[in-house]
Ligand binder design. Structure first.
Ligand code: NOJ
Length: 759
């Protein structure tokens, strides 16, 4: 492919402030910076502003589009006044947009093509919350790798993923897109995802640029209501919200996306403190920030900007580099420079960042390098499906298993598969499905039929429908509250079976953006169906398919076996059958607390103790007096078909001195009679500190596989870094004093040791 910009004379490097001395700068970096400066020096102000504009391709709308119609967009492309496009699907379409830009524009700067590839492109993996339940970082990296390969083969070279917003509220519909409530686990997932998408070299044509989003605080929307205000202080911001973003920045994520919400009254998109001071300043990160869809212009309804021009002024000062389909930069930046209201250096900084990413992606060498028709034919979809099944089964969490119902015994020869989601091939694809086709998942019914022995009879009844009618990203399902006509058939089938596999949960589009709910129970007539079936056959395995933690208290008290199967993607039914039939021993652990009642939300294990923690003596302690205390199922929880026993953990020293490491070791034994995997979890508690610290914080985990009767000693290195937090002095530090170290198989069931740390 022909090289472009050959006519550009490369100038000397500009002042980047990234390296202390020019001798510290690797030559490849110098090279990129020289090229960036060179291109920048040849751009007009209009062209620079153009680089800061991102347009929607209009094929796949995910929000209210700006007024600029397609004809105008085409003209701007031809004039080199667009930096990137989103939602342009297919090699043909991206090639055409790139061609319009490259063949007609004066400056010939290649476009990037972004898309929400959140849990797979065509081969769909579990929704991120579900996948995180695997605690398997390698697996999560590999699904990102596969998503990258399938994306580039379709012309997409930039994903708006990973979403690493900490969320503690089951009501928030977007909880399905993230990794749950824990900053440490989410940080690890963030790094794995960035590695998976970007590989070691962004210019490799089989990698895509990743986006750490939404910066910041979006997941802590008040009341779990999407787009709502976030009211947190510095402590929560630095200790809870920011760590995954810092980890992604350190892992070299190419871009960040800011967020719709305000934090303490300031829209994140207009926050100089977040974007310029912390991200680009303290963290020294040199990628670019794309706004969320229209979030620059949304500062007007926020009551923070009076019009688009004002919004553009605030956003560019704050460090938002690219305006996603908002029309604010296009409308305002040139005028603002001309009127002297903003310094052109701000524009240069943003454009430099955008060009840097484009150079690193190799787009200047070949603007069409991510549009390889041949790659489409070479995609190993079968292999990808195998990986999807493997990850899906690892993501399943066994919540309850009484009466030894699971794995399903060979003696069970008549199974009734019941429920609105039992033969649903669409719901497991989940929301944010990219090009995952409608109805393309293996349903639970199909999965079981594929897997059971020949002499096992399977019957099926839908019972009730969850809802009827078309639904999509923009149109949620209308829940069925009235049609009970299928219940008698379900009851009859249940009566005649040895075992009922009941498949309930949420529709694919019940969670996701704009899908916050005031109730998080089983919607519609599902509970009624469950109760009617349970009256005639109590041998029920309840399989849940959902994107958020559900309120399932009645089921947990009345149904003997419960399997959390999330929205597991393309291979959903096969993976579920693997677990139900014991071909895979479940090893998933919850990345988020499950409530007893929605009234407990936000609910999270790493809460503060309060001045009045749990007490048996008094009613005047921090709790709800009408329900049992604590979650129904805690963070880190998940059963196996075997049992794991933890010996007393030991510390190589009960004192840790500054700059030293000590070791915590704990022996785990598989005391059951089948092979299994356990996620060994390490938590800390800083007993007295300059800021009140959570009762527990995850600081390490290890997946161990043990055969029956086998033992293994797991070792964790306890370092000063592990004890650090953003303290009252406004810096990350470990403070001298007493700590508790806790080890166990979930956040509640732990063995505790004391540690003294001295600086
Ligand atoms: C809005 C969402 O908040 C964001 O996550 C997504 O990437 C953009 N729309 C683009 O679809």
């Amino acid at each position: 492919m022909k090289k472009i910009l050959t006519t550009i004379t490369f100038l000397t490097m500009g002042t980047l402030g990234l390296f202390a001395q020019s001798s510290d700068i690797p030559s490849s970096v110098k090279d990129v910076e020289r090229k960036v400066d060179s291109v920048l020096s040849q751009m007009t102000l209009e062209e620079k502003v153009g680089q800061m504009v991102q347009y929607n391709g209009s094929w796949d709308l995910t929000g209210p589009a700006s007024g600029t119609d397609n004809k105008q967009k085409e003209e701007r492309l031809k004039n080199g006044l667009v930096g990137s496009m989103l939602n342009v699907i297919s090699v043909e379409a991206t090639r055409e947009a790139q061609r319009l830009n490259m063949e007609n524009s004066r400056i010939k700067i290649p476009l990037m093509f972004g898309y929400d590839v959140i849990h797979g492109y065509k081969t769909i993996f579990p929704v991120p919350l579900g996948e995180t339940a695997s605690w398997d970082l390698e697996a999560m990296e590999s699904s990102a790798r596969i998503a990258a390969i399938e994306s580039v083969a379709h012309g997409i070279n930039w994903t708006f993923s990973p979403m690493i917003d900490i969320s503690r509220d089951a009501r928030w519909g977007r909880i399905m897109e993230g990794s749950g409530e824990d900053p440490y686990l989410t940080s690890k997932v963030a790094v794995a995802k960035v590695k998976g998408y970007q590989g070691d070299d962004l210019s490799n044509p089989k990698t895509i640029a990743a986006t750490a989003k939404h910066f910041a605080g979006y997941g802590l929307a008040e009341g779990g209501k999407d787009y709502n205000a976030v009211n947190i202080g510095k402590n929560e911001l630095h200790n809870v919200v920011l760590p995954p973003f810092h980890a992604a920045a350190d892992a070299g994520v190419a871009t960040f996306m800011n967020s719709f919400n305000t934090i303490d009254g300031v829209p994140a998109t207009g926050s100089e403190s977040l974007q310029r001071e912390i991200l680009k300043g303290d963290w020294n990160w040199n990628g670019f920030v794309v706004s969320d869809w229209g979030s620059i212009a949304e500062m007007i309804p926020h009551g923070f900007a009076k019009d688009k021009i004002h919004a553009a002024q605030i956003a560019v000062k704050a460090g938002s580099d690219m305006d996603m389909e908002g029309g604010a930069y296009e409308a305002g930046l040139q005028q603002l420079v001309a009127e002297g209201k903003i310094d052109e250096a701000l524009i240069d900084d943003a454009v430099r960042r955008i060009l840097r990413v484009k150079f690193k992606m190799g787009l200047f060498d070949d603007p069409y390098r991510y549009m390889d028709e041949d790659l489409i034919n070479s995609i190993a979809y079968d292999e990808h499906r195998k990986t999807a099944r493997d990850i899906a089964k690892k993501s399943i969490v066994l919540l309850k298993n009484e009466k030894n119902l699971l794995p399903i015994a060979n003696s069970v020869n008549k199974i009734a598969v019941i429920g609105p989601l039992a033969d649903d091939r669409d719901t497991p694809i989940g929301n944010w499905r990219a090009q995952g086709e409608t109805n393309s998942a293996v349903s639970v019914l199909e999965g079981l039929k594929n897997a059971v022995a020949e002499n096992t009879e399977i019957t099926y009844s839908k019972g009730v429908s969850l809802g009827e009618g078309e639904r999509s990203f923009l149109m949620p399902l209308e829940i069925n509250e009235t049609d009970r006509s299928g219940i008698p058939d379900a009851v009859e089938k249940a009566k005649q079976a040895n075992l009922v596999v009941m498949v309930l949960g949420e529709d694919a589009f019940q969670s996701g953006e704009g899908r916050s709910q005031a109730n998080v129970g089983l919607a519609g007539l599902q509970m009624e169906l469950l109760k009617e079936v349970q009256k005639v056959n109590s041998n029920i395995v309840l399989v849940l398919i959902n994107g958020r933690p559900l309120e399932i208290t009645w089921a947990s008290e009345n149904i003997p076996a419960i399997v959390e199967a999330w929205q597991l993607g393309t291979e959903s039914g096969n993976a579920i059958a693997d677990v139900l039939l014991g071909k895979y021993n479940p090893s998933g652990k919850l990345p988020v607390s499950f409530p007893r009642s929605v009234g407990q939300e936000p609910l999270y294990y790493n809460h503060l103790n309060t001045g009045r923690p749990y007490s048996e003596q008094h009613v005047t302690y921090a709790h709800y007096s009408d329900i049992e205390n604590g979650p129904l199922y805690p963070f880190g929880y998940g059963l196996s078909y075997t049992d794991f026993e933890y010996a007393e953990p030991e510390l190589s020293s009960s004192t840790l001195n500054a700059g030293e490491d000590i070791t915590l070791s704990v022996q785990i034994t598989n005391s059951g009679d089948v092979k299994g995997k356990e996620v060994v979890q390490l938590y800390i508690h800083d007993l007295v500190a300059s800021l009140a610290r959570p009762v527990k914080e995850l600081k390490g985990f290890e997946l161990v596989e043990l055969g029956p009767g086998e033992s293994k000693t797991v070792e964790f290195t306890i370092s000063e870094e592990m004890l650090e937090f953003y303290s009252a002095s406004g810096k990350w530090e470990a403070e001298s004093g007493e700590f508790e170290l806790m080890v166990g198989g979930n956040s509640e069931d732990v063995k505790t040791l004391k540690l003294n740390y001295q600086k």
